[in-house]
Design a protein around this ligand. Structure first.
Ligand code: ATP
Ligand code: MG
Length: 563
């Protein structure tokens, strides 16, 4: 299991767990679970829960189960199950042999319900869904008892068995917990715990037409798996009394305990499976793994390293009140990992031909270039250098402002890892007047050091050899939304999609050392940002995703706050 270094981490959940360990509440056990419903792909919000549950288990020598919480057949599928398993594994966590499906508990859950009926704690209610809602009352008014509330145990058992047998249509009857219609907590007003749903289940097929509700199935699944601490998000706080009621009344042992924490919200992002599905099905993004998506597969394809996501989750911590995290913090964590680990290469996003007039035609030499400026242990690579190069279009200006420390008429710059070159002329397109090609001369004595006469180059620019470099499509990504909180705006959230969230540069060039770079590998294109090889990459044309730019807006923000 990866070390989510939690030695310095503490929070209210860990405090509860440490207290429980001291008082021997669950013996020496700490057992958590991550319980996604397989009705969509996991997103960065789920990653927070994954890191929390697996992180706590690792920290206290406990276990964390991966449980597919698949008790509602509509919208669930094997595709989602597979994607969830893959995502949690990629994030770096290991559930060993503890992969569970709540649907495996259907029979047990049913038997618990039969026992509740026998104990007079549940009844079959034949009100319609609308009537049940009307009878429920409001926050200020108590509810009204269902006329079916006092059915005999025998009648209840028989009806419940017939519901299971498929004798009734959807909505004809439900099973309700018999708690209290006048409870100040609306959740406790005889909640529905089973309903008829004639939808095939992706695992159990047509075996069941009766499905348990989340509030009933979840605590019992926890108890069956001997979970000690059932960590969930804040919206379930009001449901905790029901969670406790279910484990108490079914006498499910050992007794798990629900603890709620604030879900992750992040700026310029939406974290709701339903809305993410909408983006995919309406074709507003290219799929679940579109590199702009906040899904785990999206971030993975973009090139975010899993350790960056783990670091992010650790840094945001867990709290008891909702807040919204700046997406720049996630980007900061990504840069932090990549700055440390990504090998340096040269790639030209928008090429401009550069011809060195005094360099011999047909000659190629290999210049030595370190893979990481601060890490000699990462070694070096040999980059072919020749007479015709490509440089970045933005690294030449005909009429530069004063502080432009790149190439311009009359100026001399260093070619990264190679020679000093001096401007010698330019060729313009006759029709458009655009600069087509630059000419220069090089100083052969400057490959490994500064010129002996002490003159200074204006700056350093990157390059690739025209004949040796590989053609590359380079996809530049920006934030998916134009506003920090797309759900908080008055129009529908899709109105705030950023029309410039992707820009495709079809004519990029990268150094030849990248020829066999496998999909998923990550590099720093010096001066240009961090890039990863996209799975669309092919021999004739490599494809790169920009993971992030080099500049870090979060560091600035954080710096200002400190001042
Ligand atoms: P969504 O709101 O996106 O549909 P969900 O809560 O319905 O998510 P589940 O599959 O039920 O999705 O979630 C699995 C686990 O992940 C739950 O324990 C849930 O509390 C947690 N989780 C979901 N979204 C977030 C989030 N934004 N931040 C933290 N934890 C989350
Ligand atoms: Mg849910």
């Amino acid at each position: 299991m990866p070390q989510v270094d939690s030695s310095s981490t503490t929070d209210f959940i860990r405090t509860i767990i440490e207290d429980d360990l001291k008082t021997n509440k669950h013996g020496e056990r700490v057992a958590t679970r991550f319980p996604p419903e397989p009705n969509g792909y996991l997103h960065i919000g789920h990653a927070k829960s994954v890191c929390l549950n697996f992180g706590i288990a690792a920290q206290y020598g406990g276990t964390c189960n991966l449980r597919l919480d698949d008790t509602d057949p509509s919208g669930e599928s094997l595709e989602y199950v597979d994607s969830i398993i893959e995502a949690v594994r990629w994030l770096g966590f290991d559930w060993e042999d503890r992969l569970y499906y709540a649907s495996d508990y259907f029979e047990q859950l049913y038997q618990f319900a039969v026992q509740l009926i026998k104990d007079g704690k549940a009844y079959v209610c034949s009100l319609s869904a609308d009537e049940i809602r009307d009878y429920r009352g409001t926050l200020s008014e108590p509810g009204k008892e269902s006329p079916y509330r006092n059915r005999s145990g025998e009648e209840n058992l028989s009806l419940f068995a017939r519901m299971r047998a498929g004798e009734f249509e959807e909505g004809a009857h439900v099973l309700r917990a018999k708690i209290e219609m006048s409870s100040p907590n609306v959740v406790m007003r005889d909640p529905v715990i089973y309903r008829i749903k004639k939808v095939p289940h992706y695992r159990t097929g047509n075996q069941w037409v009766l499905y348990p509700m989340y509030d009933y199935a979840h605590p019992l699944s926890d108890a069956i798996e001997k979970i000690t601490h059932s960590i969930c998000t804040l919206e379930f706080e009001n449901n905790r009394p029901l969670y406790d009621w279910v484990v108490t009344e079914t006498k499910a042992e050992p007794r798990p305990q629900q603890i709620e924490f604030a879900r992750l919200n992040m700026t310029y992002t939406i974290l709701s499976k339903r809305r993410l599905i909408e983006l995919v099905t309406r074709g507003l993004v290219k799929g679940w793994d579109d590199p702009r998506m906040p899904t785990i597969v999206g971030m993975r394809r973009r090139g975010y390293p899993p350790e960056s996501i783990r670091n992010f989750c650790e840094r945001i911590g867990v709290a008891k009140n909702d807040s919204i995290v700046d997406i720049a913090l996630l980007e900061h964590c990504v840069r932090e990992t990549l700055n440390d680990t990504a090998p340096r290469v040269m790639g030209v996003l928008r090429p401009l031909r550069f011809v060195i007039d005094n360099y011999p035609e047909g000659k190629t030499e290999e210049v030595e270039a370190p893979r990481h400026p601060q890490k000699p242990e990462m070694g070096s690579r040999k980059v072919p250098f020749s007479r015709v190069l490509y440089i970045e279009r933005e690294d030449f200006l005909e009429n530069p402002p004063k502080k432009y420390n790149r190439l311009a008429p009359g100026r001399e710059v260093r070619l990264r890892n190679a020679y000093l070159v001096k401007y010698a002329g330019m060729v313009k397109d006759e029709k458009t007047g655009a600069v087509k090609e630059i000419h220069g001369t090089y100083d052969p004595d400057t490959l490994t050091g500064p010129p002996k006469d002490g003159r200074k180059a204006e700056g350093t620019i990157h390059w690739v050899s025209a004949a040796h470099s590989l053609s590359a499509e380079i996809r530049l990504y920006d934030r998916l939304f134009t506003v920090p909180n797309p759900m908080g705006e008055k129009d529908e959230f899709t109105k705030y999609l950023n029309p410039n969230s992707v820009e495709v540069l079809a004519t990029g060039r990268v150094e030849s050392t990248l020829r066999d770079a496998p999909p998923g590998s990550r590099y720093q294109f010096e001066r240009m940002g961090y890039f990863s090889v996209d799975p669309d990459s092919a021999d004739e044309k490599m494809v790169f995703n920009r993971i992030s730019t080099l500049r870090d807006s979060w560091a600035k923000v954080a710096g200002q706050e400190k001042k």
